[in-house]
Unconditional design. Structure first.
Lengths: 423, 437
């Protein structure tokens, strides 16, 4: 049988509150509790709770033949603890079925893999502990923030002992290859890569409720036929998407829940596919080839690269300014500073600063609570300035004295009013 | 001896606390100074916000004036407003329904219809997109005011009020003094708005006397507007005494802070401030720079600071109100005004009265009168950064400059500036002779 693998990304950032210049040194509470609470409750009621219930019912109805996997960011679990204990409980019930795999990622949904192997590993460890604490599993599959991947990141993940990793499989990355096989890292044959089938994934995640789409309205039966009609020799279809697709991005009114309620039946009873979790897929299938990815990829926007988070001057300056503090933070023993450090690394902060104005800009706007990327940037930098002050104070940092060139002072003297004398 | 106080009908566009720039501040200071000198001032603005100090000043909001269109004499003068190309929104005393039907019509149609014998005009105030239309409406209301009020001379501040002042002069036959705080060339560089330029020129032509805020501005009027220099006087601005509250520094307490405060526009040279910040940070990486204000070069400056990788030391606050401005001065170690073209520049005086040492560009009018300030060419980024470093590093120099500067600005009283303005009024209306006779 061929394999069908569902992986859902569950993530909510700690959004920053409105933080002005005049708040610097006066307020070390950076996050918008009210907004984060509101959004968590809204998404819980529209998506997490009804969808978890739906998945639970389907798992029970199909006697263990229906399986899914989740990657939940650590800071999202933290917000469940704060604002949505009911959601946490429902995920625990799913974990108890034995048909749900939890995947490892960075705790803060960060871009640390691009900047600091040490911070990256620390965050993965923290995330793993959190998953273990709540769901009783130690993840064996890894996925990096926003499916960001290159050979180097693959090596890092391999170094940590993971044998299975998830990433993007868009056309321009795959070239002539199909994402419907298992691949392996070009230097580490024992790191298996599962690649997203972006066409079928996006049919659900993006196009489902689009009335101008020729396949609207999409029924589970049709989708099952599409899955079933993939080439005879292909082995796996990976459907990777944001979990908020269900009920949040695609509203309940779009019929998305009915679709998902029927899909397991269509696949299990009417196709040559079995549901698997990522680690099962990796255990059962062999890689057809290694894959060499030099330029960093992701699952975002049309470009599938890093430009949603990094690349424009404001994103780069904010990102570099943040990681300049890493060494100092490491030497500080202060829980709040360590917590803030992780939350400030969340990729969403940099996503809000994206200035790409073509069609992807619309998606960015939907996911941002700021008026403009520049407002997001100014707010973030104000917070970062305060954070830097706190870190430096806690670390007992004293700046090194830079000797001022005598030429500067001579020039300064020339401009002094006659009444003022420089000794 | 003057038997009764001189009465001035003054037209402005803004009055504190609802102000957007130096014009409102200067008007406030000048009117206060005139009152102290025994001059009776009626100050007209398009709109009052109810937050003004009405017990101290006689303020008139144009939007509160009932304009009477049934008066023949008035309507004859109205013809003269035609050149102003009125496309006004008139808010008459009618039912809401009628108002909706008639909310847009020009002044001529109003004349024919006898049911609308009086009308009030609505004003957005400020500097919105209907600015030219507001300027025209203001002129119509000015005619009514000039007819109702008793005064000896008209005084108008900047081009927005010139059509109003010209109409007031037509109606009353009184002498007109126009006051130039900034010209279109200061605001827009060489790509000027021709309509605005024309209004400025007509205002100066119609004026019996012109007051400029600096010699720099006087030269612009002579060279670029072709105005006869013999009718232009220079009266430098002053500054009102120190605000009562000095705010203790709360933000970045142990850090050096260098401040730019003003509109972030070409005229103010904000880009030179960004470049200088980069150079300072190379030797003083812990200094902080604050750019307060708003303007069309805001994004350029923000992106440039990011390109230079100095955003964590370069902060944008947006527009600041009066209290926030003082708060910022309270924490500032050096204030910089790198203006490319600045007719006067009142903000350095405000910084100095709060005890902040200042660096100003030689291309500002205020540099004509200040002694205890560092003066550099706006384009000389090295001079700018070297003097910032010098002031930050040499506290004793900084203190001396700030102390002497504070003393200096305390002597720059509006009372003295107003005295000069009163003399100009007297000369213009030839009052002394008439009193003597």
């Amino acid at each position: 049988m061929k394999k069908l693998c569902f992986y859902f990304q569950v993530h909510q950032p700690f959004r920053l509150k409105d933080y002005r210049f005049f708040d610097i040194s006066c307020d070390d509470d950076y996050f918008d509790k009210k907004l984060n609470h509101e959004i968590m409750r809204k998404v819980a009621d529209k998506c997490y709770l009804p969808m978890n219930q739906l998945l639970l019912e389907q798992i029970q109805a199909h006697n263990g033949n229906f399986k899914v996997s989740f990657s939940i960011s650590g800071i999202c679990i933290e917000q469940f603890e704060l604002y949505a204990q009911d959601v946490l409980d429902s995920f625990k019930r799913l974990a108890d079925t034995g048909c749900v795999e939890f995947i490892a990622e960075t705790y803060g949904h960060s871009l640390s893999a691009l900047k600091s192997p040490e911070e990256f590993k620390a965050q993965v460890a923290k995330q793993t502990a959190k998953v273990k604490e709540h769901f009783g599993q130690i993840p064996t599959t890894f996925r990096n923030t926003e499916l960001i991947y290159n050979n180097q990141i693959g090596s890092l993940v391999h170094e940590m002992g993971y044998k299975t990793m998830i990433t993007e499989g868009a056309d321009h990355i795959m070239d002539w290859r199909s994402p419907n096989f298992i691949y392996s890292h070009c230097q580490h044959p024992d790191l298996k890569l599962l690649l997203k089938n972006y066409k079928l994934s996006d049919d659900i995640a993006f196009r489902f409720s689009e009335r101008s789409w020729e396949s609207w309205p999409l029924h589970a039966e049709t989708f099952g036929q599409w899955v079933n009609s993939t080439a005879w020799n292909q082995e796996i279809i990976n459907l990777f998407m944001d979990y908020e697709t269900f009920g949040e991005h695609q509203w309940a009114e779009s019929g998305i829940f009915e679709f998902m309620r029927e899909l397991p039946n269509q696949i299990i009873n009417h196709s040559q596919f079995d549901f698997v979790t990522p680690s099962e897929a990796a255990a059962q299938l062999n890689p057809v080839s290694e894959i060499d990815i030099h330029n960093t990829i992701s699952w975002a926007d049309a470009e599938r690269d890093l430009t949603a988070w990094l690349g424009n001057p404001i994103q780069d300056d904010a990102f570099d300014s943040l990681y300049e503090l890493e060494e100092l933070v490491k030497n500080v023993d202060d829980k709040k500073i360590k917590d803030d450090w992780v939350k400030l690394q969340t990729s969403d902060h940099f996503y809000y600063m994206c200035t790409k104005f073509w069609s992807d800009g619309d998606v960015h706007k939907y996911f941002s609570h700021y008026d403009s990327p520049y407002a997001a940037f100014i707010n973030y930098m104000n917070v970062l300035t305060d954070f830097e002050e706190r870190v430096k104070k806690a670390a007992g940092y004293t700046p090194e004295e830079i000797k001022i060139d005598q030429g500067i002072i001579e020039n300064f003297k020339k401009y002094l009013p006659y009444s003022v004398d420089l000794k | 001896m003057e038997s009764k106080p001189l009465k001035v009908l003054m037209f402005g566009w803004e009055f504190p606390p609802e102000i957007s720039g130096g014009l409102g501040t200067a008007c406030y200071g000048l009117v206060s100074g005139l009152i102290d000198n025994g001059v009776d001032v009626t100050f007209v603005v398009p709109k009052l916000y109810g937050t003004e100090e009405t017990d101290k000043f006689r303020l008139v909001g144009a939007s509160d004036i009932n304009v009477n269109f049934s008066n023949d004499h008035f309507n004859k003068n109205l013809e003269k407003v035609k050149y102003l190309q009125i496309h006004s929104h008139i808010l008459p005393y009618v039912s809401p329904q009628e108002f909706l039907e008639r909310s847009e019509f020009d002044v001529e149609s109003l004349k024919i219809d006898s049911t609308f014998s009086t009308a009030k005009f609505s004003f957005g105030g400020k500097y919105g997109k209907n600015l030219l239309s507001e300027v025209s409406k203001y002129a119509v209301v000015a005619m009514q005011i000039a007819q109702d009020q008793d005064f000896d001379v008209i005084h108008a501040h900047d081009w927005l009020t010139f059509p109003a002042a010209i109409m007031a002069k037509e109606v009353s036959g009184k002498k007109l003094v126009v006051h130039i705080h900034a010209t279109e060339f200061d605001r827009s560089g060489d790509s000027i708005n021709q309509e605005v330029y024309e209004m400025e020129r007509q205002g100066c032509e119609a004026a019996d006397r012109i007051i400029c805020v600096s010699r720099l501005t006087r030269r612009i009027l002579i060279n670029r507007y072709g105005i006869d220099g013999s009718k232009i006087s220079v009266v430098h601005n002053a500054v009102v005494p120190k605000p009562a509250i000095i705010y203790p520094k709360k933000n970045l307490v142990d850090k050096k802070i260098v401040t730019f405060l003003g509109r972030i526009t070409f005229q103010k040279g904000p880009d030179y401030f960004v470049e200088a910040a980069k150079k300072v940070l190379e030797v003083m990486p812990d200094a902080h720079f604050v750019m307060a204000g708003n303007g069309d070069m805001f994004l350029n400056c923000l992106e440039r600071a990011a390109e230079l990788k100095i955003s964590k030391r370069f902060h944008f606050t947006g527009f600041l109100n009066y209290f926030e401005t003082n708060n910022l001065f309270g924490m500032t170690d050096v204030y910089v005004m790198p203006s490319v073209s600045e007719p006067f520049g009142i903000t350095p005086l405000e910084a100095m009265r709060t005890g902040v040492p200042v660096i100003i560009s030689k291309q500002s009018g205020v540099s004509e009168v200040l002694n205890n300030a560092i003066k550099v060419d706006f384009w000389d980024v090295n001079a700018l950064s070297d003097t910032i470093i010098g002031l930050l590093k040499h506290e004793e120099v900084s203190k001396q400059l700030a102390g002497d500067g504070t003393d200096e600005v305390h002597e720059m009283k509006w009372e003295y500036a107003a005295l000069k303005v009163r003399e100009i009024y007297n000369k213009t209306i030839d009052r002394r002779r008439s009193v003597r006779v």
